[in-house]
Design a protein around this ligand. Structure first.
Ligand SMILES: NC(=O)c1ccc[n+]([C@@H]2O[C@H](COP(=O)([O-])OP(=O)(O)OC[C@H]3O[C@@H](n4cnc5c(N)ncnc54)[C@H](O)[C@@H]3O)[C@@H](O)[C@H]2O)c1
Length: 254
């Protein structure tokens, strides 16, 4: 897909990886609908996109809320008169071990609420946004469409992340289902599984902890948000990519 003039929705577009994706797609001439809960960050990203010479609108939307997602996508199509793709990127972490044991006694458990919350935001959020985006793209009769879903290398199962790993594995599975179901409408669906990427959260960690993380990566460095944005651009532009997951991890395979 040639990105010039295309309308792309990006969830979690306010900061981190989502902002980098917005800026990279804007540089290719795409018009952007940013969905986020953080209004300040989203407004900043919209301003940066406009400074870069493209168009962006922000929508406050909880991607795990069905009614909010339906209303938001209806509004996006009304505002832009079109839709060619969605990047399901919004995410949260609520890490904890299944059980934590001290001196033979269970002292902590991952709560069911934190399990459900993470699965809802990542997996159900991607499902709802992909569903609404696909429905609009088909009814609009766009020539081609693209769905990009942000997984993580944690989809293979990461310590302390029952909820996140399950959600990220579900995202890979959903990406493959949608490739099979939507291919007949020329809508492609792909997942990206990043390794450790330099975002705000990471920058708040002490330097020795960051060095230890980098030491465990075959390339000996943490990834940049633009490494992920580049991959999103590649998926949009290569019209034979569908039903697969691209790992962008500096060589970490978990
Ligand atoms: N940073 C990494 O190392 C890394 C690694 C692998 C995968 N990922 C994935 O990449 C994606 C982006 O991560 P990031 O590091 O940029 O995170 P981030 O916290 O910097 O940004 C996430 C954005 O999502 C928004 N968001 C959270 N919950 C939302 C909801 N319910 N509805 C709408 N918006 C919501 C937040 O407000 C925020 O702007 C996530 O899916 C994450 O799991 C990140």
């Amino acid at each position: 897909m040639e990105l010039q003039g295309k309308v792309v929705a990006i969830t979690g577009g306010g900061k981190g990886i989502g902002r980098a994706i917005a800026l990279r797609l804007a540089a290719q001439g795409a018009k952007l609908a940013l969905l986020d809960l953080d209004e300040e960050a989203m407004t900043q990203t919209c301003d940066l996109v406009k400074e870069a010479g493209s168009e962006a609108r922000g929508y406050i939307c909880n991607v795990a809320d069905e009614a909010a997602v339906e209303t938001t996508f209806n509004q996006i199509v009304a505002d832009f008169n079109s839709l060619h793709g969605v990047v399901n990127n919004a995410g949260i972490l609520r890490d904890a071990q299944l059980i934590k044991v001290k001196d033979g006694k269970v002292v902590k458990k991952m709560t069911a609420d934190n399990y459900s919350l993470v699965v809802d935001v990542h997996m159900k959020g991607a499902f709802l946004c992909a569903r609404e985006a696909a429905a609009h793209m088909v009814e609009l009769g766009v020539e081609e469409g693209c769905i990009v879903n942000m997984s993580s290398i944690a989809y293979r199962g990461n310590f302390g992340q029952s909820n996140y790993s399950a959600a990220k594995a579900g995202i890979v599975a959903q990406s493959k289902v949608w490739a099979k179901e939507l291919g007949r409408y020329n809508i492609r669906s792909m997942a990206i599984a990043p390794g450790t990427i330099d975002t705000e959260l990471l920058r708040s960690m002490p330097e020795d902890a960051l060095n230890a993380i980098a030491a465990g990566i075959p390339l000996k460095r943490i990834g940049d948000v633009d490494n992920i944005a580049q991959t999103v651009q590649h998926i949009f532009e290569n019209n034979y990519l569908s039903g697969d997951v691209i790992e962008v991890s500096g060589g970490v395979t978990l």
